[in-house]
Design a protein. Structure first.
Length: 151
């Protein structure tokens, strides 16, 4: 292997490790936040230690609903195993499952010091990244469409 090839491999491994750390951190923060929050009794908002948090969605403030409406409340109920999470946003529990699955995956990758399936080519990593973003989009928009359709 040439020096240039070895350097590229080192840069790719370093970038992969940084990505794993970032994804693991985001997953843990979102899961921890969902555990600390509670859905209000009317299921129209969330509270932290009994203090209702302000509405941050512009669409809901103006009386509408965006594709992401209900995701936070769905996550909060989903981490507790409450099936009501599907009613608040049908794609929420699926996204939560995708997020929770990242914790052991990224943790194992970091502990092993490399990817579970060996070095990943930039093209393969890009394709997986696109697939993940498509899955997230389908869950968010698809869940919202299902919610609108069921009304």
């Amino acid at each position: 292997m040439s020096a240039v090839g070895a350097e590229r491999g080192l840069v790719a491994r370093r970038r992969g490790r940084e990505d794993d750390v970032a994804i693991l951190a985001v997953a843990l923060v979102v899961i921890a936040a969902a555990w600390m929050l509670d859905v209000t009794p009317a299921q129209d908002g969330v509270s932290l230690f009994g203090l209702q948090l302000p509405e941050v969605c512009g669409a809901r403030r103006w009386g509408g609903e965006c594709p992401g409406c209900g995701l936070t409340r769905s996550f909060v109920l989903g981490v507790r195993g409450d099936l009501e999470a599907f009613r608040l946003h049908p794609g929420g529990p699926l996204l939560l499952l995708l997020l929770v699955s990242q914790v052991p995956l990224r943790g194992a990758r970091l502990l092993l010091g490399r990817g579970l399936d060996g070095p990943v080519s930039p093209g393969r990593a890009r394709r997986w990244g696109i697939l993940v973003w498509v899955a997230i989009g389908v869950c968010v928009v698809g869940g919202w469409l299902i919610k609108v359709w069921l009304r």
